[in-house]
Design a protein around this ligand. Structure first.
Ligand SMILES: NC(=O)c1ccc[n+]([C@@H]2O[C@H](COP(=O)([O-])OP(=O)(O)OC[C@H]3O[C@@H](n4cnc5c(N)ncnc54)[C@H](OP(=O)(O)O)[C@@H]3O)[C@@H](O)[C@H]2O)c1
Length: 166
């Protein structure tokens, strides 16, 4: 069974983005994202794809599955899909170990409904921004790992949750 994992870095106020960028630069979190996702498909919205920096677009070493409603949009080196469930079925039919949901807001909202696991980087700061992570129903998830870390002005916690059995 392919494990579906939501991975995100979110501020104390649930902010995840500002001006189509991430509102902080935390190298340890970029490394964490790479360590977790390398080798596995990443499902993302078109804006998140466009926000990736030069050299990391597409994310190397990972199948980039980009969702757009625009049937005319095309881009080399990625897999384009127009329906979230189609993307989930696509990765599940590959028979791979896991696949990641890597944002943004509306894709995360759909992702929380199907995720087996959540990889949250909790950045312990309230930040200004324009994109926010949707509310998590923690009655459905249990925390299985937690690790505190820091870098420069930032303190953060890497948390892993898994879906509770029904
Ligand atoms: N902190 C983090 O961990 C993190 C992670 C990811 C992203 N971000 C930030 O989040 C922001 C981008 O997120 P966003 O919420 O603005 O945009 P987004 O979710 O990345 O992309 C939105 C676009 O995705 C397409 N889309 C959305 N739902 C779809 C569906 N169900 N089926 C098909 N296509 C669909 C549409 O593209 P079309 O308009 O082309 O139809 C839509 O305009 C940036 O600031 C980025 O830096 C932060």
């Amino acid at each position: 069974m392919t494990e579906i994992i939501v991975i995100v870095a979110l501020a104390t106020n649930n902010c995840i983005g500002k001006d189509n960028d991430i509102p902080w630069r935390i190298k340890k979190d970029f490394q964490h994202f790479k360590d977790k996702t390398l080798g596995f498909p990443c499902i993302m919205g078109q804006r998140t794809y466009e926000s990736l920096p030069d050299g990391a677009r597409p994310l190397p070493g990972r199948e980039n599955i980009v969702l757009t409603f625009d049937k005319e949009w095309s881009e080399k080196g990625i897999t384009i899909m127009h329906d979230f469930n189609e993307a989930i079925n696509y990765v599940k039919n590959k028979g791979i170990e896991k696949a990641f949901i890597t944002g943004g807001a509306s894709i995360y909202k759909l992702g929380l409904e199907v995720a087996d696991k959540l990889e949250l980087t909790r950045v312990h700061k309230t930040v200004d921004g324009d994109v926010f992570f949707p509310e998590i129903d923690f009655s459905k998830f249990e925390k299985i790992e937690s690790r505190d870390d820091s870098e420069g002005e930032f303190t953060f916690t890497f948390e892993t949750y898994k879906r509770k059995n029904d």
